[in-house]
Design a protein around this ligand. Structure first.
Ligand code: ATP
Length: 630
């Protein structure tokens, strides 16, 4: 990118004819073309908003000069950071719009470049599948379907896709794995980036096979290769392991200083800001505070200080009761071709235990969970021993609630093991008429569409002693049966319980420390009625977490549930999982087992020192698994 330097020059001389004669319009200085973003002061609305609509952002004033290093941070759970990025992408109405000739992006417009093609976004809150149908995410674990065969390399360079051939045709000469359209310089740039992002080993894997962290890095790489002038990254660190985060940040900074492309990141208020960030836009509700890092961060600390203080509070000693073994695996193996993902792995999960499952991106955490949930086809093939009563030491097995996978109907497993994960978040159907209540109610029987008169399911479940009160469900629908009425009543009261413990009243309390007003039940009630697909994404995540917690299932699996949530939401979810919500009544049951996957140690709800029998850590590395003892 060539920047003009030196004394002010006339970049464009706009002449307009009027009855008063010809007059020169603004003379712009070189300084104007080195302004990346300019919003002098404006309100921001959704397109089509009526006259009296509340603006999304009020009095937004933001200027970014070339050479400055900006991050956007936000503390709201309403998707405010994403909305601010969407404002820059022209998806909202800005009033008044930054005046010509510079407009919102003088560094582009003044060089005749079109902002809409030169500014790109990679957003990780974004769902990849749209619509009302359930998308079967377990496809990734089995034989990869033809339509899912596209590799990472082919998705970036379609010219490397082999041409379709009829079976009788001679195979053509092999297709180059490197695109012919790339110059040597571009090839070197690409190879450097692939190496820096650790994506080399995955270039020729089908896209669906990539782990979460690998997929996120691949999406950033693809966006960079399109050579935008400005790249907006919405929570790029989410889901990345501890080792990868600084590598990605270094790569991004290296690109930013070369303006190839300039980068603005959006981070959660609780995330550590990289050292090189010198300017911050802090979004809180409809207010955006912009300025130098230190000044703005002071304000952020005051704003989120209350809830940050809570985070460091030590959890109480556990009241959990360690009970029966729920999941028992020995010498488990998962392999794709010669790629071993899990190799001779053994692990037991008992009632009452709280596990933190760790491991680098791609170490097999999601794969392991998919064996436990029975979604992975190889969950059927793990058990290898002649006689159940005389299993020898060399045997390998996977026992879910004392049974092999093949003897457990999927419907029973879905109500005995509840899960929230990035895959489920992407796959869960978004039907227009599905309310928050409906979605939470699907959690009892592990459904994906509302069932039953009161939208709390029809009573399929499993008797494995889950919630301490002997409630465990029933095999087959309970609707119309003798004890269904009592069960249904309990289910309805549970939906209200999780809504109160994890819903908008709880976020309000956690973010402001002000006790909820007497009328606050209306907030919860209104939220229960709201349309699920129209909620901001952080709130959708929270609702799907409630879905995983509502039934008090014997085993709860929480895979990266905090990603995309704001500080207050994380606080209330952690409280619930520790069982120390303010009224002391609602929380995870003492005989439920929980497995949490997160790359952020501070997001783990419990403190391992408090009760090492209960709070435990299991690490995956090189296909093996081991418990990390204190
Ligand atoms: N069908 C497949 N073919 C080949 N490799 C696969 C396939 N499916 C998964 N893998 C590989 O298995 C490994 C484990 O993936 P998994 O999603 O379990 O990792 P993870 O520990 O959950 O990672 P992350 O922290 O990024 O979410 C990855 O390296 C992935 O590329």
């Amino acid at each position: 990118m060539v920047l003009l330097t030196g004394t002010p020059v006339l970049l464009r001389s706009y002449r307009c004819h009027s009855s008063l004669g010809v007059r020169n319009s603004r003379v712009l200085s070189t300084n104007s073309s080195s302004i990346v973003l300019s919003i002098p002061k404006a309100d921001v609305y959704r397109f089509g908003d009526g006259k009296n609509a509340q603006p999304l952002f009020r009095g937004l004033a933001w200027e970014i000069k070339e050479g400055e290093n900006w991050a956007v941070i936000g503390s709201g759970g309403g998707g405010e950071k994403t909305a601010l990025f969407n404002t820059l992408l022209g998806r909202y109405r800005i009033a008044p719009y930054p005046p010509p000739p510079g407009g919102m992006f003088p560094f582009l417009t003044l060089k005749g470049l079109d902002p809409y093609s030169e500014v790109s976004i990679v957003s990780f809150g974004h769902r990849q599948q749209a619509g009302g149908a359930f998308y079967d995410y377990s496809a990734r674990y089995g034989a990869v379907h033809e339509e899912d065969r596209l590799t990472l390399r082919q998705s970036m360079f379609p010219e490397t896709i082999p041409p379709l051939r009829m079976p009788y045709e001679e195979p053509n000469a092999t297709v180059s794995s490197q695109p012919v359209t790339m110059s040597n310089e571009e090839t070197a740039f690409f190879n450097d980036l692939v190496a820096q992002m650790g994506l080399g080993p995955f270039l020729d894997l089908p896209l669906v096979a990539l782990s979460n962290g690998q997929t996120r890095r691949a999406r950033i790489l693809k966006a960079i290769l399109k050579k935008p002038h400005l790249l907006l990254l919405d929570e790029p660190l989410t889901g990345l392991d501890v080792k990868t985060r600084p590598l990605l940040l270094d790569t991004l900074y290296g690109l930013h200083v070369k303006k190839a492309p300039r980068v603005i990141m959006a981070l959660r208020a609780q995330d550590a800001l990289p050292d090189w960030v010198d300017h911050v836009a802090y979004v809180s509700g409809s207010t955006v505070t912009t300025g130098e890092r230190n000044a703005v961060m002071k304000q952020v600390e005051t704003a989120i200080g209350g809830s940050t203080g809570k985070k460091s509070r030590n959890s109480k000693p556990s009241t959990s009761r360690i009970g029966d073994v729920l999941i028992d695996m020995k010498n488990i193996k998962v392999q794709y071709g010669d790629r071993k993902v899990l190799d001779q792995l053994s692990w037991q999960i008992r009632q009452g235990e709280r596990w933190h499952l760790i491991g680098e991106n791609g170490s097999g955490k999601t794969t392991l969970l998919s064996l436990i949930t029975g979604d992975h086809p190889q969950s059927y093939t793990q058990t290898r021993y002649g006689d159940e009563n005389h299993s020898r030491d060399t045997s390998s097995y996977l026992r879910l609630f004392s049974k092999p996978r093949s003897r457990l109907p999927t419907t029973l497993l879905r109500s005995a093991i509840t899960i929230m994960s990035p895959e489920l978040f992407d796959a869960f159907p978004r039907r227009a008429n599905m309310s928050v209540w409906d979605v939470i109610g699907t959690g009892f029987d592990g459904d994906f569409v509302p069932k039953g008169k009161k939208s709390v399911g029809s009573g399929i479940g499993m008797k494995v002693g889950s919630s301490g009160d002997g409630r465990g469900g029933h095999e087959g629908s309970m609707e119309g049966q003798e004890n269904w009425e009592e069960e249904e009543k309990w289910r309805v009261s549970r939906v209200w319980d999780v809504l109160e413990a994890l819903g908008p009243d709880a976020w309000k309390r956690a973010s402001t420390e002000i006790p909820p007003a007497a009328s606050s039940f209306n907030l919860t009630k209104d939220f229960a009625r709201m349309s699920f697909p129209s909620l901001p994404l952080p709130q959708q995540r929270m609702v799907l977490l409630m879905r995983a917690l509502v039934s008090c299932a014997p085993l709860v699996l929480l895979d990266e549930v905090w990603s995309g949530m704001d500080e207050a939401m994380v606080t209330v979810a952690r409280e619930y999982l520790r069982g120390d919500s303010p009224d002391g009544k609602i929380g995870i049951g003492s005989d439920q087992a929980v497995v949490v996957i997160t790359h952020w140690e501070q997001e783990v709800p419990w403190n391992r020192d408090n009760d090492p029998e209960v709070f435990r850590q299991f690490k995956l590395s090189g296909g093996k698994g081991e418990e990390l003892k204190r």
